[in-house]
Design a protein around this ligand. Structure first.
Ligand SMILES: *Cc1c(COP(=O)(O)O)cnc(C)c1O
Length: 394
């Protein structure tokens, strides 16, 4: 998804001093990185660098499997507890993708000059694997996460790769560690699966990296959909913007998160659960913490209709959440007949407050993998989604 026009809120287009420069440098660069070569010729095939290939996965299994903790004990641990194995694959501009390797969980080796440590050349994904009550092990829509990771990677000059290969590697890690870490005898819990990619080039020059490491871990991550009874959101402070027009809020890159921690910490200290990130002088509602935000209100024009409203994707300010997408798809498919219209558009905090004053506000909730969805920002009843019917199997 290369950045497209964001005209109404974008700054005036700069022109070169001769007025003739092509100004779309970022989107052009993204197009080049994503470009598929034309029909392969024998010469281009001989030159083509290897893509990420899950069928080449090599296995080095641990000789010391660790004890699997109870979920509650794992969540209480100050350190994230990962499963026995991880998958690594390296990339270099000269040789392309290496064969991926499943090996014992442990620290990777990195030079102090590695690009990621200085220039935030990192992106990641997060999805959950569930042991169903029917005994099956499932990942929730992994193809969506894999495709999004390619979008995030190219935004920060990391290499593209086959999303299908990443999805297959996620399955391979789960197939190895799932049986012990999500045992059939204990249905219900989940593991959080975290693919990430970093630029490892040991080069302090500020330039696109020529080496990268992709790694996949699986761990225990506490449920964030407590407290039951609702989430209290603090609107973002005027001195802090999470994402902006022409920025990279649509990419799951580490650079989006570190700078947001201060405001979140302050909101928590004041008794709020998360920050509701607003944008621009009108206070456009964008996201709640690191999850997408929805409000449900009665239509102003036709009180018989209910609108499920969420920020649009084409501003490139918000993340294209897999749970957001699932809520939108499910509501369009199943709630239209009940008078619920799904509306993806810009809306302001003023509109939300007005709907509340007029008694039209029905619900508000956040949706993301970590925050499975819930909450009343105001006084409305809690609204919990779960998606047992929308999972992909592995
Ligand atoms: C990860 C994330 C989300 C949620 O995306 P899901 O795919 O639904 O987990 C929403 N917003 C931000 C900023 C995120 O980082």
């Amino acid at each position: 998804m290369p950045p497209s026009a964001i005209s109404p809120i974008s700054p005036p287009t700069p022109t070169g001093h001769d007025g003739e420069q092509d100004v779309d440098l970022t989107s052009m660069a993204i197009e080049h990185k994503m470009a598929k070569p034309a029909a392969p010729t024998p010469e281009s095939q001989a030159k083509a660098l290897p893509d990420l290939d899950a069928s080449k996965l090599e296995y080095e299994l641990t000789k010391q499997p660790r004890p699997v903790p109870e979920e509650a004990a794992a969540w209480a641990s100050p350190e994230t507890i990962c499963t026995d194995h991880m998958i690594l694959a390296t990339w270099s501009a000269k040789t392309g993708w290496s064969s991926p390797r499943l090996q014992p969980y442990g620290p990777p080796s990195l030079m102090p000059t590695a690009s990621v440590l200085h220039y935030a050349t990192e992106c990641f994904e997060g999805l959950k694997a569930y042991r169903g009550h029917d005994g099956a092990l499932r990942l929730f829509r992994p193809a969506c996460n894999a495709a999004r990771m390619v979008t995030s990677a190219v935004r920060i000059s990391l290499p593209a790769f086959s999303p299908a290969a990443l999805a297959a590697l996620l399955t391979a890690l789960l197939a190895t560690d799932g049986p012990r870490w999500l045992p059939r005898s204990r249905p219900g819990p989940y593991l959080y699966v975290r693919p990430a990619m970093i630029a490892t080039t040991p080069q302090l020059g500020v330039k696109a990296p020529s080496d990268a490491l992709l790694f996949i871990t699986a761990c225990f991550l506490p449920r964030l959909d407590d407290p039951r009874g609702g989430m209290k959101l603090h609107t973002s402070p005027e001195d802090m913007v999470r994402a902006w027009a022409g920025g990279f809020g649509y990419a799951k890159v580490g650079a989006n998160y570190g700078p947001s921690l201060l405001a979140t910490q302050e909101a928590k200290a004041r008794g709020y659960t998360q920050v509701l990130w607003l944008y621009g002088p009108d206070g456009l509602c964008t996201e709640a913490g690191a999850s997408n935000f929805f409000v449900v209100w009665r239509s102003r024009d036709d009180p018989a209709r209910v609108e499920l409203v969420t920020a649009p994707l084409d501003d490139l300010l918000i993340l294209d959440g897999v749970n957001r997408r699932s809520v939108v798809q499910l509501a369009r498919e199943r709630l239209a007949a009940e008078g619920v219209d799904v509306v993806e558009r810009r809306y302001t905090i003023g509109e939300v407050l007005e709907a509340d004053r007029e008694g039209r506000l029905l619900e508000a909730f956040a949706a993301g993998t970590a925050v499975r969805a819930l909450s009343d920002t105001l006084s409305s009843p809690i609204f919990v989604f779960s998606f047992p019917f929308l999972v992909d199997w592995c």
